[in-house]
Structures are given as C-alpha cells and as structure tokens.
Design a protein around this ligand. Sequence first.
Ligand code: ADP
Ligand code: ZN
Ligand code: MG
Length: 475
Amino acid sequence: MAYEVVIGLEVHAQLLTQSKMFCACGTRFGLPANTQTCPVCLGLPGSLPVINGTAVEMAIRTGLALNCTVQSNRFARKNYFYPDLPKGYQISQYETPICEKGWIEIKAGSATKRIRINRAHLEEDAGKNVHDGGTDGSRIDLNRAGTPLLEIVTEPDMQSADEVVTYLKTLRDILVYLDVCDGNMEEGSLRCEPNLSLRPVGQQAFGTKVELKNINSFKFVKDAIEYEIKRQTKVLNEGGKIYQETRLWDVDKGQTAVMRSKEEAHDYRYFPDPDLVPLTIAPERLDQDRGSLPELPVARQQRFVSQYGLPEYDAGVLTSSRHLADYFETCVKLFNQPKTVSNWVMGELLRELNHSDTPVEASPISPERFVSLLKVVDNGTISLKVARDLFPELYASGKSPEQLVQEKGLTQVSDEGALETIIDEVMAKSPAQLAQYRSGKDQVLGFFVGQVLKASGGKANPGKVNELLKRKLAG
Ligand code: ADP
Ligand code: ZN
Ligand code: MG
C-alpha cells in the first residue's frame, strides 16, 4: 500500500525579552539555580502576575509577519501537576490566542508552497528538574519558570522531512530578523514538535497522529521524521494500528520510543485566568506595528537580486542571516562591486567564521578592513592569489592589509624588467615546451603563465605576465 505523509508542527520560540512573562525577574541563561526568581514565578500565595508589554509587542510583530489575524485576547490557566510548575498551572492562551489564521511561504523545489499557521499564542515556560544524582535526590531550578514563549502551530500542511526542515528554517529566519528570538535550537530557544500521520494515497480523512519530542537540531528533525515515517509504514503494512501517543527521539539509538499514550493525556481544565485582565489591542496599534516591520528574509533576497544583480543563490546565502546581509550591504556601500564582495563574503569570510565558530556579528574583520583588502587587489597592489592566501592572517591578526603586504613583501610585481628576468629563467628551463609553442601549439602559453606565477611566489601581475610572455615566446 502506498501512503501519504501528513505533518503539522508545534514550535515554541523563547522570546528575547529582558524580563519574564509575568514578573520583573531576568531571563538570563546559566545563572546559579533559583537566583532569578520572585514570589510571582515561584507561585507563592498572594502574588499577582503583570503582563510583559514587550512580550506582547513581540507576539504582535510575529503575528503580522506570519500574516495572521492579530486580535484582543486573554490568558487562560492550563492546569496540571509537575514539580517544575510551582503554581500547579501554566498561564497560556486557549480560546483566544493573540494570533490566528496566518501563513508563510516556503521553497518547494523551484516553486513555493504556502504553509498555513493555525495559531500563535503567548505562554510561560516551566522550570527545570535537575537529576544530577547523589543521595539527596532530584532538585528543581526555577530560573526558567515564567520565561515568555510564543507557541506557533501550523495546519497539517507538510508532507516530508525536507519540507519540515525548510519550514523551520524559514520560520527561524523570520523570528531572528524580527529580533524576537535568537533561534538557537541546541540551547532550546527554538523547540520543535512535529505531529505526523500516514494515510493511504487518495484518502481524505487523516490517519492517527503521533507527536514527536526531544528534537534539538535541524538534523534530528529530519532523522526523527524519516524514522517515524518508516516505522508507521511498517506497522500499517503488517496490519497493525497506530496509537495516538507522544514519542521521544533517542539520538543514540536513532529511533523514537513511546513517552506517553493518549490514555495518559491530561485534561487540562482550561479556564480564563482571573488574575489577568483581558488584553485589548487597538487597531491603530496594529497599523503602527505593521508599518515598522523590518524587511523580511524573502523580500531582502529578492531585493539583493534586483538591486545588486546577484545570482539567486548568492542572495539566498547572504540573506540567510540578518547580520550577514547587513555585513554584505555595509561592504557594498564602501566598495561598489557587489559580485566581488559576495564572492569574498561567501568564500573566504564564511570559511574563517565557520572554522572559528564565530557568528558574523562578532567577526574580527570589520567591513572596513575586509573591503580594504578588496581595494588593494582592485588597484593592482597585490594579486588575487596573494589576497586569498593572506586572508586567514588578516582575519586572525587584526592588521590592515597594507601593513601585512608591506611586512611580507607581497606587493604585486608589475615591473617589466623584474618580470622579464623570471620569464627568461622559465624559458631557459623549458626548451621542449618552447619548441611546442613555436610549432603552433598556442595552448602551451598557459603552462608558461603558470610557471612564471609560481616562480614569482604568486606575486607577478598575471595580466602583465601574459602580455610579456606572448612577446618573448614569439622569439
Ligand atoms: P492536539 O489537540 O493533540 O494538540 P491539535 O489539533 O492541536 O492536536 O494539533 C496539533 C498539531 O498537530 C497541529 O500542528 C496540527 O496541524 C497537527 N495535526 C493534527 N492532526 C494531524 C494529523 N492527523 N496528522 C498530522 N498532523 C496533525
Ligand atoms: Zn519572578
Ligand atoms: Mg493542541
């Protein structure tokens, strides 16, 4: 039997606010346990929550960027018991989420595909149980309790692991461009839970879905979904039944395993939180926010193609991060040769940044110093080859290209006398090739150019070398 895969995604994005969702505690990661807490996020009796305006603002901006209806809304209590949840309920949104019914477009081969957003709502994160062993049992760190999250839920519109990864990357880029989330999956600021089911090709009704958790990188998203498609296909082909359950991705085993079945699912007894007033969003405010949205990744990519004449591919790489796109545009302002800048950014710069695991916003080479290297190539001071070889040192040393060129004596040799001396030596060493050339084999010229450049340590000006060689080889 042939099956069709159906996938919908729930994503939790940690919002980049200074303080928590309902209290003034900070949101910093990695502080000593329970140092970032107060009566509100500890759930002490009598304490009252206050809505974080910045988190609301971020949710509004995200909703608009995701083409959602952004609406007045209210918070609800989601009741369950767990040690990392001190109040015994999580403040979330249920019947009226702040954002509803939107969509984003993702690349699907050469076409685009629209993925519908069902809803995006605000909620608070829980704390963390720490099981670091010893005889005194497990402990609880509530530093994270109350951190603002935006949960973004799609309709079941995706059909393969690749589509899910593309959707997730597209969504992450939008969130990072909006400055509302750092998008770091490994650190858990972007968490992804795919829901996946199969149905016989041609069937309308959806099959039973399984929810996948514990996925903290793009690679694991792909691996877990591909594993789950195989597993469900096998079960169905063997006449078995898929149970609605939550399964955890096990990285070491490369498989998913049941965490809980539907029978164990909670009844959350949602009800509006009486401690919080309904949140009213005025239409004028939405207009204002809509007007102040930054240029989003897809629009910026298209502009890079039309404004700078870059290939689609270059534009895609350069706009994959807002900081990289900013870096590129700063360079082009200083040196108006977009394709040259693009080649260097995508090649040399990204290579060094990746090697040293440095984000472009922390690049040790400023756009100014980067561009000054391109300028000394452009004005003929050094050859392209020397510039490429020099790049790692430029990156690591903090020196200017001019300084390095001088220290290392790398100035390009264009002086005819000096070049002729090298050419004479090469010609004297290669009588056979010389004879070939003179008998009409023009392509041997390339051999001589290569030899001369090599003998000059890459410093000879290639244009000059070509010109002089043609003259001298002719005899
Ligand atoms: P639940 O009540 O279990 O949370 P929802 O209806 O809220 O389920 O959907 C959660 C996610 O699962 C959404 O992204 C939705 O698109 C997706 N989903 C719903 N039904 C299916 C299905 N049969 N197969 C795959 N994904 C589904
Ligand atoms: Zn607090
Ligand atoms: Mg749901």
